[in-house]
Design a protein around this ligand. Sequence first.
Ligand SMILES: O=C(O)C[C@@H](Cc1ccccc1)[C@H](O)SCc1ccccc1
Ligand SMILES: [Zn+2]
Length: 157
Amino acid sequence: TRTLAIATHDAPILHQRAQEVGDIQVHAIQTLLDEMLTTMQAANGVGIAAPQVFVPLRIIIVASQPNKRYPDAPFMEPIAMINPEILWQSDTTCSGWEGCLSVPDTRAQVKRAERLRIRYWTRTGEQVEAEYSGFVARIIQHECDHLDGILFPERLE
Ligand SMILES: O=C(O)C[C@@H](Cc1ccccc1)[C@H](O)SCc1ccccc1
Ligand SMILES: [Zn+2]
């Protein structure tokens, strides 16, 4: 599986809203999903969004794993989320370190909702709703921001 080039923050695609994936396209994007995962893993990321690999579609991968800043982050099987929609997020927020594959050499504390409920399509095309909290919820908010052209430095207080 190929690794894809990652857009840096000066690329216009990172500042635009990505398009919804049509249900017939779900079959066509299987290779893209594999390439996004390989690209994220090669960069030691815990998430990635399609616009970061120059694809203007509403697709993210969430793949929390323990890392130096979040040694107690949960280890999870990577989840591909197609057309993710955050249905609800808690008023309770928490601050935590973030980085971005598209904003090299930058780390900052970002305030995010502690908990959220999300609806998305899986890579097999079924609709799922699930709740997440903590670091995984943080990754989801960071990746969903990418789909709306928002980078984490724009979220700083
Ligand atoms: O650029 C991306 O979207 C991937 C980020 C995801 C991320 C979201 C929230 C908090 C941290 C990272 C990359 O994983 S950046 C690498 C990284 C990994 C763990 C912690 C901090 C930075
Ligand atoms: Zn990012």
